[in-house]
Every structure is written in structure tokens, then in C-alpha cells.
Design a protein around this ligand. Structure first.
Ligand code: MN
Ligand code: MN
Length: 453
């Protein structure tokens, strides 16, 4: 069903609401890519998926998962056709905009201890001050051990935050353009204000270092090999009197990651090998070992083919060329308060189901993956045949701005790929919003997609 509100299709909203509960739990715990990977492993193992390294040989119906550097995850159900005849892939990213702690972060200034940060991804910096924040990540020590940090989400935890100027003294600040209201170097996290007794030089910092030493065995230099991410504190919540929406951090792109993952975990064996792959670093260009541009996923598919006892380089290339993929990434929801940035006929509306983008990009479609109409027709036909609500949109009106996804990267393998995901309001803000029925329609659509023959 094209461009229709999906709620009316359901006699009762119960199955939609129930599905959203699972999602809320997932994003409330999954505040970073590492935390999402941990949950993905647990959910997959509950459903009988096994680590790829436990297989000597792969057969139709085998349920396999793979991880990479604690930041990538892929789940496969081996199809009736051999892997070299192509896969049905759902690809989502599990990194979200946030603040990362710098390598030399800790300092004391006027009786405060602070952590210096460097923002990650595209943010409106003014949105990240005066909101409760949590710290997640790892500190890797020289002795080879890793300390995990997760502070700010348990009820008994402290929270952290970034200060903003009181309105009484903000005349100059309020006259600045939005990009200058809060500057990147001012996004420093307040973490303490109590001096260590008997210390004269930077006693507040000394007290924080003592706490880190006592609680975690961490020295100041250990920040050099840490990866600590500052994210909004608190769980995802129902949004709206009718509870039709979810407010939470990281819907971009964990709403599509969860729905893609669950579509695979809840699927049976299909004609072709079905896959949900979760990648990192999309918000900064999909680069590096854990981004979509990494060779990792290609290597995994090569390994699957080898485990079917029939490896050749050409078979790996063929597998990619014959693969059909949805780039499961979110779309910008139409916001009636900011209607002017959209073109109404080609916008993504809450409740209207999974949102497809033939292309993204900016200006004259620069940097886009422009999906082939032959492929789009095939997907439309499957969605219609399975009563899936879907819509087609662009990221804002022409020349209003733009953005990209991982679609073009997989397109480089000559596979058919199109963006298909969930409409998000307040994208990249500490509190993003999605519609529960869109979540559910995306899940249903992804399940249908991996069954395409
Ligand atoms: Mn995204
Ligand atoms: Mn994004």
C-alpha cells in the first residue's frame, strides 16, 4: 500500500505496541555500537544462531553470526541456493551521533573537573548542553586487560552534563548564529567538584583520578587507549498521549538495525541466504575497519562460500553481483513545524510505513546511489503482494541540504541496492522520535524482502 497511514490496517494496535516494547528495551541498553553488538549476539544465540567459527561446513537452514572488533555484527540464515548465487541483505548502521572523549581529556578548572570531548557525526551542538548524559566505553590497559565503563543509566548511577550560560547573562550568546551558540571546544563534560583532602595542586582532578584508580584500576595515561562515548542518559519512552511513538536516543540508525536484525532472527530458511549486517562509522563516512567500506563483509561472504566447500574468487564476486540489498537507514520525517524544507509530494510521513529513497545525496543528486527502476518494481510488487505500507521520499526539497547512507558503497559491488528505512523526527538530536507502526511495517517489510526469489 503506497502512501497510506498504516495504523488503520490493524484491528488492534497490540502487536505493534508489543513489538515496540522489544525495541525500546534494545535501544535503552544499546547506547553505543559495542552495546548493540552485545545485544545482537544475545538475541541471536537465544534463537539458535552460532558463531561462524563453530561451523566446519554450512548447509541450508544453518543460522550463523559473525562479529568484528566488537563493533560489527552480521546474522545469516543459509539459503537453499548456495551463497555464491547471491544473498538478500539488510544493512544498517549502529553508530549514532554523540560526543567522544579525547585522548588527553581530564582537566581541572576553577574547582571543577571536566572531560574534554570531540563530537562525532553531525550534531546541532546547542542540543547537547543541559541534558543528562551517560558515559559508555572501554579503557584498554597496557597489561592487555579491558575495563568496561557504563555510567549514567542505572537508577543509582550519577549522570553527567555540559553546562550552558544562564539566560540572565546570555545577551551576546543569544545574538550569535546557531552554529556559534555552543562551540565544539566548549562541549566539555562536568564530572566532579570535590577536592581531595591534603592535595594543593588540582585537588578536584586528583580526587577524580583517585576514584578512577579505586573503582576501575585506571591511571590518567590509560585514557590514551580508551574509547569513551558520551550519550544521552535515560531509557527510551513512549511518546504522545496515544503512545503511538517512541522517544529515544539513536533511532538513526538503531531503529533500522533492530528491525533488520529481528527480521532475520524471526525468519526461516529462504531460497537465498538472508543476512542482516550492522556496520559502524556511517555518521563519519563509513570509513575504517568497521565501516561499510571495510573489506570485512566481503571477507565474511568469502568465508561462507568457502564453508560450502566451493570457494573461488570469481564465486565471491558473483555472489555480490547477484545480491539484492536494502540499505536499512532512516529517512527525514516530515515535520509540520518546518514544512518549508520539504517538498510535500516527496516527503516521509509518520505512520505511512517503510520509507524508500531511490536516491539520497545533495545538490544535483551528488554522491547518491540511484536505485534501478527494474529493481524498485520488483520490491514494490513484493510489498504490495504482502500488504506492506510503504512510501517514497527525498531528503528535503531540492537544494535544501542533503545526506548519504551506505547504499552506494554496496552498490560498488554491482549489486542492486536501495535505501529503505524508518522516518525519524528530530534526527541526530539527543531525543529522536519514530512511529511505532513504522517500526513494525519496516520489520514486516524486511522479512518479506529477504524471502524475495
Ligand atoms: Mn543513518
Ligand atoms: Mn545519521
Amino acid at each position: 500500500m503506497y502512501n497510506k497511514n498504516a495504523w488503520g490496517k490493524y484491528d488492534s494496535p497490540k502487536e505493534i505496541m508489543d513489538f515496540a516494547e522489544g525495541y525500546k528495551a534494545f535501544i535503552s541498553k544499546g547506547k553505543t555500537e559495542r552495546e548493540v553488538v552485545k545485544q545482537a549476539i544475545a538475541l541471536a544465540e537465544l534463537r539458535g544462531f552460532k558463531d561462524i567459527y563453530s561451523f566446519n561446513r554450512l548447509h541450508a537452514g544453518d543460522k550463523v553470526y559473525v562479529t568484528n572488533k566488537n563493533k560489527n555484527f552480521a546474522a545469516f540464515i543459509i539459503g537453499k541456493e548456495p551463497v555464491c548465487n547471491g544473498l538478500r541483505v539488510l544493512g544498517a548502521h549502529i553508530d549514532s551521533p554523540r560526543l567522544d572523549v579525547k585522548s588527553n581529556p581530564l582537566y581541572e578548572n576553577t574547582d571543577f573537573a571536566l572531560l574534554d570531548t570531540h563530537y562525532y557525526g553531525g550534531i546541532k551542538k546547542y542540543q547537547w548542553v543541559t541534558v543528562p548524559l551517560a558515559i559508555y566505553g572501554v579503557v584498554c590497559k597496557k597489561d592487555g586487560t579491558t575495563v568496561e565503563i557504563a555510567l549514567g543509566d542505572k537508577p543509582e548511577d550519577p549522570v553527567f552534563g555540559i553546562s550552558d550560560l544562564l539566560v540572565h547573562l546570555s545577551a551576546d550568546q543569544m545574538a550569535k548564529p546557531g552554529v556559534k551558540v555552543i562551540e565544539g571546544e566548549d562541549l566539555d563534560l562536568t564530572i566532579g567538584s570535590m577536592p581531595l583532602k591534603g592535595v594543593d595542586d588540582k585537588p578536584v582532578k586528583a580526587n577524580i583520578l583517585k576514584l578512577l584508580k579505586d573503582s576501575y584500576g585506571i591511571e590518567e595515561e590509560d585514557f590514551l587507549s580508551a574509547e569513551l562515548e558520551i550519550v544521552p542518559a535515560g531509557p527510551a519512552r513512549d511518546y504522545g498521549l496515544d503512545r503511538s511513538m517512541v522517544a529515544g536516543y539513536g533511532h538513526d540508525d538503531r531503529s533500522c538495525a533492530y528491525t533488520s536484525l529481528m527480521a532475520i532472527l524471526d525468519s526461516g530458511v529462504n531460497e537465498y541466504t538472508s543476512c542482516a549486517v550492522l556496520v559502524d562509522k556511517e555518521e563519519v563516512g563509513s570509513i575504517g575497519a568497521t565501516g561499510a567500506q571495510s573489506k570485512w563483509f566481503e571477507n565474511v561472504v568469502a568465508r561462507l562460500i568457502a564453508l560450502q566447500g566451493d570457494y573461488s574468487d570469481l564465486k565471491v564476486r558473483n555472489a555480490f553481483e547477484l545480491t539484492k540489498m536494502l540499505s536499512s537507514d532512516v529517512s527525514a520525517a516530515y515535520d509540520p513545524l518546518y514544512a518549508s524544507v520539504n517538498e510535500a509530494k516527496n516527503s516521509a510521513y509518520f505512520g505511512n510505513g517503510i520509507c524508500l529513497n531511490k536516491y539520497t545525496g545533495r545538490a544535483g543528486k551528488a554522491g547518491c546511489n540511484d536505485a534501478n527502476p527494474e529493481y524498485i518494481a520488483e520490491i514494490r510488487a513484493y510489498f504490495d503482494a504482502n500488504n506492506i505500507n510503504f512510501q517514497f521520499s527525498e531528503l528535503g526539497k531540492v537544494d535544501a541540504g542533503g545526506g548519504g547512507t551506505i547504499a552506494y558503497i554496496l552498490g560498488n559491488y554491482n549489486m542492486n541496492v536501495i535505501d529503505a528505512g524508518i522516518a525519524v523526527l528530530n534526527m541526530h538530536a539527543p531525543m529522536e522520535i519514530v512511529s511505532k507502526v513504522d517500526l513494525y511495517e519496516a520489520y514486516r517489510a524486511y522479512k518479506v524482502f529477504v524471502s524475495i526469489e
